[in-house]
Design a protein around this ligand. Structure first.
Ligand code: ADP
Length: 545
């Protein structure tokens, strides 16, 4: 027997429509590419998103067509999120830090019809345009007076497009399974893979973002998204702010520690989300100024592991509560969020800190299991580790037009292989041991590069650390520690680091060698690129081996 409830579609436009109606004065504050701070209300954002939908219609964009963005976090990008998806087209956000060949690949693979770009990226597109035969035009996201001289054919001005429309537009209604946005994973090997989100998956994910035990936006939050809007929809925060009416603060192109600090201070940001490297930058700035930005209470971190030493600095020295989250492009991205259960209140500070360094707890909507190499399910006892498989309400079911990559990562019985090796426990707490390709295989046993890195980063003279497995004739692989010294500190020796690590990791985990670098290579999504590091260290062999 079916229930007798209405079957209303879950649509992204309903988020901004609701926001504009019931949180009409909620602010969206952006540092603009042109320089000044821009602020306006949710009602104005909805109005302009509708003008954008009208302009796209006038340009001949139809349902299901792909519209690309190459843009920083700003209000016009926010309008694209709602205007493009809201009219039934697909908003394809592109990471400008991808290699040029990858940008060409994703635009051609997605068959993007128009590409919307911030002023910063005009030279980039001028260089690539000859390789983009399907693009009908480039929309430069600025006013008429800032329009640059450009070699781009068919360059249009964003503000001029909007100015020709009256905003008198009703968001269309369509099936909730309709595609809404597209994001390619950077992919360390091979071509990027497209994840095609739907309206349904996005709205359900938005509920999860807002229900995330203190970490998500709520009506009273002033939320800074350092997470780029060109990567996994900024972890869903723009949608969450429309749903809840939280003030949304967007950093534009300015990601330096002092710029982040000043923006947070001025806007009294209480919650902020970003990747670990940005929190390192902000922490140095806070240490320099001897205080945190006024009102800063909650930090959400994900994308790569966050060492205990960083959590300690934020929580103990500055009173900022840390939520460690884990996710993936294929999961929209949320898979776990760190929150402490009431039963954990009785634990010692060290025990609670240890829980906080894990990647957090299960969220409703994402099912998980861990399996060994023969695909046998492993116990969820906090000890057994294996590859994590997931399925859920906002998990991809395949890659966009990529049967080969799909066959590798999606099982026939409906699970997605994450490539992460993890432990799970009875409370749903997940600890990422490693990416399966980074785990170090020493004499048949596994060493977690992440655990070693986290422990090494606790050393006062080490700012950043990466551990990679290097070939060893006797043990198969052994850990090599690559470290960047902390500012003003001289580089530690291998023996000093080993002594520091002695009571933190098993003896056979201790690194066999230490290499000091001035900086580590990063991927397009701000993670240490072990691929590049391996490339850089090609030909290396352990001393005396
Ligand atoms: P994102 O860059 O948003 O994290 P990607 O899809 O590019 O999304 O990368 C996902 C991968 O990043 C995961 O499979 C995992 O290996 C790693 N990752 C994400 N969050 C964490 C975390 N909190 N700790 C450790 N690794 C993480």
């Amino acid at each position: 027997m079916d229930g007798l409830m209405m079957d209303r579609p879950l649509l992204i436009s309903s988020l901004i429509e609701f926001g504009a109606r019931y949180h009409s004065k909620s602010e969206i504050v952006s540092r603009s590419v042109e320089g000044p701070i821009h602020r306006y209300s949710m009602a104005e954002a909805n109005y302009r998103s509708k003008q954008l939908a009208q302009a796209l219609t006038r340009l001949g964009v139809g349902k299901g067509e792909r519209i690309a963005t190459i843009a920083w976090n700003g209000y016009r990008h926010f309008e694209l999120y709602f205007g493009v998806s809201g009219m039934g087209a697909v908003c394809h956000t592109i990471n400008p830090r991808l290699f040029h060949e990858q940008i060409v690949y994703v635009i051609n693979h997605a068959k993007d019809k128009y590409v919307f770009i911030d002023l910063t990226f005009v030279p980039l597109l001028e260089a690539l345009a000859a390789h983009l035969p399907n693009v009908a035009g480039y929309v430069i996201m600025t006013e008429k007076e800032h329009m640059p001289e450009t070699k781009l054919d068919n360059a249009l001005c964003y503000e001029e497009l909007l100015a020709s429309e009256n905003g008198d537009y009703t968001w269309p209604e369509f099936a909730e399974h309709t595609a809404s946005s597209l994001c390619y994973t950077s992919g360390t090997t091979g071509n990027p893979k497209g994840v095609l989100y739907s309206h349904r998956s996005t709205v359900l994910h938005t509920f999860a973002v807002c229900a995330a035990g203190g970490a998500g936006p709520n009506t009273r939050s002033r939320y800074l998204s350092l997470v780029p809007m060109f990567h996994v929809n900024a972890w869903g925060l723009p949608y969450g702010c429309a749903m809840t009416g939280a003030k949304l603060v967007l950093p534009g192109p300015s990601y330096q520690g002092d710029a982040i600090f000043d923006l947070m201070d001025a806007e009294k940001v209480d919650k902020a989300a970003g990747v670990p490297t940005l929190w390192m930058l902000l922490l140095s700035e806070m240490q320099k100024r001897g205080r945190k930005p006024e009102g800063f209470e909650t930090l959400v971190v994900g994308g790569s592991a966050f060492p205990a030493s960083m959590i300690e600095a934020y929580e103990d020295k500055f009173g900022v509560n840390v939520h460690h989250a884990w996710g993936m492009t294929e999961l929209s991205p949320i898979g776990t969020i760190g929150t402490l259960l009431p039963s954990m209140d009785v634990l010692s500070k060290e025990e609670r800190r240890a829980i906080k360094t894990t990647q957090g707890r299960a969220v409703f909507g994402v099912e998980k299991k861990i399996v060994d190499q023969e695909n046998n399910r492993l116990p969820e006892d906090g000890n057994a580790f294996g590859e994590l498989l997931v399925r859920g309400l906002w998990t991809a079911s395949s890659y966009y037009n990529d049967p080969e990559a799909t066959a590798k990562s999606f099982t026939e019985d409906g699970w997605f292989r994450t490539g992460d090796v993890v432990t799970l426990d009875e409370n749903g707490i997940m600890n990422v041991v490693d990416r399966s390709k980074d785990v170090i295989k020493s004499a048949g046993e596994w060493i977690s590069s992440i655990d070693l890195e986290n422990a090494a980063m606790g050393h006062p003279a080490i700012r950043e650390a990466a551990v990679i497995g290097m070939p060893h004739p006797k043990w198969d692989e052994r850990p090599l520690l690559v470290a960047v010294p902390a500012q003003g500190e001289s580089a530690p020796t291998l023996d000093e680091v080993k002594e520091f690590l002695a009571d933190k990791v098993a003896k056979w985990w201790l690194p066999d060698d230490l290499i000091i670098l001035n900086e580590l290579p990063y991927t397009a999504t701000g993670k240490v690129s072990k691929l590049n590091l391996r490339e850089q260290l090609k030909g290396y062999s352990f001393p005396g081996v």
